[in-house]
Write a protein that binds this ligand. Structure first.
Ligand code: B12
Ligand code: SF4
Length: 605
């Protein structure tokens, strides 16, 4: 056991600083998370940008958010806010340990709490190595697949832990949605991690692991712990969380084959507990709330007599109304949802917009019709425009509608959303196993159809499976992007071209993109991304028109799609589903009779 008088800890640059050990010997259990995952000023965008931009572009973030490193502390030096995952680990441990045994702190404050008494450092992380979808692909486009900003700061945290003079005394346990990245890359030694936990902290197995660590027992490298099956077994934070994240649901139910969160049980969490956590955040100085979910629309409709894909309008409106009307909540941000509910119940979208827009911190001046140009931007999975592919990987993504109608569901849903000032971020998966050029063309068709119809979503293409990215990362440099076909590159660059539409309305915007992107191509990207990238980049730059590029045979411009209207989609539903339709949305199938009001009122409870 090591108990040096003067403890050396490394600072952010890796150099050694000398500190006295904490007067109380340190806390027995110290919880932390990478700085870049804990900060909550500047909104969601800063964290998403830091997940995707390589470390050499950190200056861009520093210029835009000069104070991003300035975090708030409690009087004892612990963190004023931490990601929800850390808060739940804390809450889970406090069922067994005393308050002064456990602390949650920022990485730069570890030396204040890690001492001879410390037995466990528990790290919660979302994305420590940046090998997840979207993040990996963009860093490689910009020139390095290895080190997104977030990953740099995560590694910095692990280096601090590794360099602790008390390292022999404590075990390092990592958990959170990004823990698997350490398992897949086998970076236990490099990062000085003893054990990665997959699953929730509430589990009895997690507590048992901490007991073992405290006794100094050897820990297994990887532990899978059970997810609570009962909504009352899920804990809620009673302190402040990063971005005011409070869980709303677990699981999803649509069963997409590539989805990890869907493996969790479908649970919607009790409203009173959600509201307690909202109030706890406000009490601790948070002005923003965001309900974490895979699909907000299932809340209030889990394990009821109505299938979960017919949203419970009254319950949702009631929940969101109470949240945004909680004194002290100044901002509210949506997390994830699916698109079919917008086709099923457009009036729900309207009612939610009326409630949520005034508290949204997101402004899209060129897109929004709201008087203050506010907008809502949840994350929605589009994934593919190919029905063939969709059938294979996500056959229930569009229920109650048939997956055969997936492109129509996307376009109709987006129309409803845009009309209500929802401009979602939509993810696409490029390179699904078995994806052919025809599948990519189908997705390109859908993207062009959006453009033709004047619909807007931020389209975020990413390469299938982080595992795949990881294997490629071990090869030289940016091999992964070189493997994309011309059509896959075109899809990616078309998405980004469309995303930049709102920024192109100034006289200088298009010119800046042309010059900038061609300059980057000549300087760096030509070599990095290979020949398949060349024409898609010219298309992106706008220096040669898409018409001309098509004439030259360099790009595929997408053919018009035959799209079903909402009425046609509703008419395609199975008659047994009609009872769940809301008459006030119109477009009812011939022969529909509304259910009795009493039944509706019951369903709302
Ligand atoms: C809110 C959210 C965000 C927010 C805020 C994140 C934050 N720092 O607080 C924002 C928008 C910034 C964000 C960004 C990103 N996100 Co995000 N996000 C979420 C979301 C919706 C909720 C996360 C959450 O707080 N859940 C509630 C808490 C309680 O759950 P939890 O953290 O998992 O913690 C539980 C367990 O994991 C465990 N646990 C957690 N930590 C520890 C530690 C120990 C030691 C132990 C034992 C257990 C343990 O116990 C907890 C329960 O008791 C999830 C989806 C979801 N439903 O989880 C996606 C999700 C985590 N994000 C995801 C992704 C991909 C990203 C981005 C990479 C997207 C991008 N390209 O920009 C970035 C990365 C950001 C970064 N810093 O690098 C993926 C993760 C995929 C992965 N890692 O494999 C998810 C799962 C969404 C999805 N369905 O794909 N995200
Ligand atoms: S809709 Fe989204 S959250 Fe639900 S299973 Fe599919 S990918 Fe997962």
């Amino acid at each position: 056991m090591v108990t040096p008088k003067n403890a050396a800890v490394s600072n952010q640059n890796g150099s050694q600083l000398i500190h006295e050990p904490p007067a109380d010997g340190g806390r027995m259990i110290v919880l932390t998370a990478p700085l870049t995952e804990a900060i909550d000023h500047a909104g969601y965008f800063i964290q998403m940008a830091m997940a995707s931009l390589p470390i050499w572009m950190e200056g861009v973030i520093n210029r835009k958010y000069p104070k991003w490193r300035e975090v708030e502390h409690n009087p004892d030096g612990s963190a004023r806010y931490m990601p929800a995952g850390v808060r739940l680990v804390e809450k889970s441990l406090l069922r067994e340990y005393r308050n002064d045994d456990v602390v949650a702190c920022f990485p730069d404050d570890l030396h204040k709490f890690v001492g001879p008494r410390t037995r466990v450092i528990a790290v919660s992380t979302h994305n420590p190595l940046g090998v997840t979808f979207a993040a990996g692909v963009y860093t490689s486009i910009f020139g390095s697949s290895r080190m997104p900003i977030n990953s740099h700061y995560a590694r910095d945290l692990f280096a601090k832990i590794k360099g602790s003079p008390y390292r022999e005394n404590f075990k390092v346990i990592v958990g959170g949605s990004g823990g698997w990245q350490i398992i897949q890359t086998d970076t236990y030694e490099e990062l000085s991690v003893d054990c990665v936990v997959e699953g929730r902290s509430e589990s009895e197995d997690t507590l048992e692991l901490f007991r073992k660590a405290i006794q100094g027992d050897e820990l297994p490298r990887r532990v899978e712990v059970k997810h609570p099956m009962d909504r009352d077994a899920i804990l809620f934070p009673d302190t402040r969380t990063t971005f005011g994240v409070v869980e709303m649901t677990t699981g999803c139910g649509r069963r997409c084959k590539f989805c990890v969160p869907d493996l969790n049980p479908q649970i919607d969490l009790p409203k009173d507990k959600i509201m307690d956590a909202v109030r706890a955040n406000v009490r601790n100085g948070n002005k923003q709330i965001s309900l974490a979910t895979e699909d907000m629309f299932i809340w209030g409709q889990v394990h009821t007599d109505t299938p979960f894909y017919f949203p419970n309008r009254e319950a949702l409106v009631d929940l969101y109304s109470d949240i945004v009307n909680t004194p002290g909540v100044e901002q509210h941000v949506l997390s994830h949802c699916t698109i079919a509910p917008a086709v099923v119940d457009p009036l729900l979208i309207k009612q939610l917009s009326d409630l949520l827009l005034p508290k949204s911190p997101i402004h899209f001046p060129l897109l929004s019709s709201h008087p203050q140009k506010k907008a809502l931007a949840p994350l929605i999975g589009l994934e593919t425009g190919s029905v063939r592919m969709a059938k294979q990987i996500m056959s229930s993504k569009g229920v109650p509608f048939s997956i055969e109608d997936w492109p129509s569901v996307v376009l109709e849903g987006l129309r409803v959303l845009n009309e209500n000032n929802w401009f979602p971020a939509m993810t696409l998966i490029v390179g699904n196993p078995g994806e052919t050029d025809d599948d990519v063309k189908d997705t390109i068709d859908l993207v062009y159809e959006m453009e033709r119809r004047g619909l807007f979503a931020f389209l975020i293409p990413s390469i299938f499976t982080p595992l795949h990215d990881t294997r490629m990362e071990k090869e030289t440099g940016v091999t992964q992007t070189k493997q994309l076909t011309p059509l896959q590159w075109q899809l990616m660059m078309k998405c980004w071209k469309m995303n930049l539409r709102p920024g192109q309305y100034s006289w200088w915007g298009p010119m800046a993109w042309r010059v900038g992107s061609i300059g980057m191509w000549i300087y760096k990207l030509r070599k990095l991304n290979g020949p398949n990238f060349t024409w898609p980049l010219w298309m992106f730059s706008g220096a040669i028109s898409e018409k001309n590029l098509q004439r030259m045979g360099k790009i595929y411009r997408g053919k018009p799609l035959k799209v079903k209207s909402r009425a046609e989609l509703i008419a395609s539903l199975k008659p047994k589903d009609w009872q769940h339709l809301r008459a006030d949305n119109g477009d009812l199938p011939i022969g529909y009779t509304p259910p009795p009001m009493a039944a509706r009122a019951m369903a709302a409870l």
